[in-house]
Design a protein. Structure first.
Length: 259
C-alpha cells in the first residue's frame, strides 16, 4: 500500500520575497506545496493494518480461507453469525489406521479391504447423512409442522443459528478405486480433525480401517475456489479486485439471513 503512488501534495498560497520593478524588495503571491504532505515529513501512510481470519484451516488442510481487512472484520463476524455451510473434498485410504487419523500419523494397525465395494461405502454414507439430518432438525429449534419451517426450507435456511455439535448436511462419494476413495462433505461447525475422524469411523463401519489423505475446503459460505487467490496473486491489485467482486454476494447473503 505504501508503494502505491499517492495523491499530489496540497497547495497553499504564500507571499514570497521578490525584487520589484525599481529594485526595491517586495512580495509576490505564489502557490507552493504543503510541506506537511511531503513523504519525508509525513512518513509511511500505513503503519498498521487490521486483518482478521474467518473459519480457520489447520496445517494439514488446504482450500478456501477467508480473511477480512479493515471494515471487513465486522463482516466476518456477521458471516459467522449466519452459520453458513462449508464444503470439503476429503480423501481416504483404506487398509490402515494411525493415531491421528491422517496418513502421516504413527501407524497403529493394518487391515484387509478387498471385501469393500462402492455400494457398501454409499450405504454407510446414507446412514451418516440420515443421522446428521435428525441432529440438524433438533438443533435448529424449529417446529417442522409450521409455515415458518416450510418457508425456511424453501430458502435453504434450516440450520442451527447458535452453537451446536458438528453437523454433516450432505455427504457423497466422488471417486472410488480401492484402496482410495474421495468424499464431498457439506457441514456446519466442524473442524478438519473431525472430518479425519469421520473417515476413520467409515473404515470401522466397513469392517476395515481408513486414514484421511486430504482435507480441502472448496466452499466457505458464499466464497468458492473461484474467489480464492493463489500465492502468486498476493498483490494489491488482485486483493482489491477480489474485494470488489465479493461485495455484492456478501451483502446479499447478510440481508437474506440476518435481515
Amino acid at each position: 500500500l505504501n508503494a502505491v503512488p499517492g495523491r499530489a501534495p496540497r497547495q497553499h498560497v504564500r507571499f514570497l520575497p521578490a525584487p520589484g520593478d525599481d529594485g526595491a524588495p517586495g512580495l509576490v503571491a505564489a502557490r507552493v506545496p504543503v510541506l506537511a504532505d511531503h513523504p519525508l515529513v509525513r512518513g509511511p501512510r500505513f503503519r498498521r493494518l487490521k486483518i482478521g481470519a474467518g473459519h480457520r484451516l489447520d496445517v494439514k488442510a488446504s482450500g478456501v480461507f477467508v480473511l477480512g481487512i479493515g471494515h471487513g472484520n465486522k463482516l466476518l463476524t456477521d458471516l459467522y453469525n449466519c452459520h453458513l455451510t462449508k464444503v470439503y473434498t476429503v480423501g481416504g485410504l483404506l487398509g490402515k489406521a494411525t493415531d491421528d487419523f491422517s496418513d502421516t500419523g504413527n501407524l497403529v494397525e493394518k487391515t484387509t479391504f478387498d471385501h469393500i465395494t462402492r455400494e457398501k461405502l454409499e450405504r454407510i454414507l446414507a446412514v451418516i447423512q440420515g443421522t446428521n439430518h435428525k441432529a440438524l432438525l433438533m438443533h435448529s429449534n424449529i417446529d417442522m409442522k409450521t409455515q415458518e419451517a416450510y418457508e425456511l426450507a424453501v430458502k435453504g435456511l434450516i440450520r442451527p443459528m447458535g452453537k451446536s455439535p458438528p453437523i454433516i448436511t450432505a455427504i457423497r462419494c466422488l471417486q472410488f478405486a480401492l484402496p482410495e476413495f474421495q468424499l464431498e462433505i457439506h457441514c456446519l461447525h466442524e473442524t478438519q480433525q473431525y472430518l479425519r475422524k469421520i473417515v476413520h469411523e467409515i473404515g470401522l463401519e466397513l469392517k476395515s480401517s481408513a486414514v484421511c489423505t486430504q482435507v480441502r475446503r472448496i466452499r466457505d459460505g458464499v466464497f468458492t475456489l473461484d474467489d480464492a487467490l493463489l500465492r502468486t496473486q498476493w498483490n494489491l491489485q488482485s486483493i482489491q479486485n477480489a474485494i470488489w467482486d465479493c461485495q455484492l454476494k456478501v451483502k446479499t447473503e447478510l440481508e437474506k439471513t440476518l435481515g
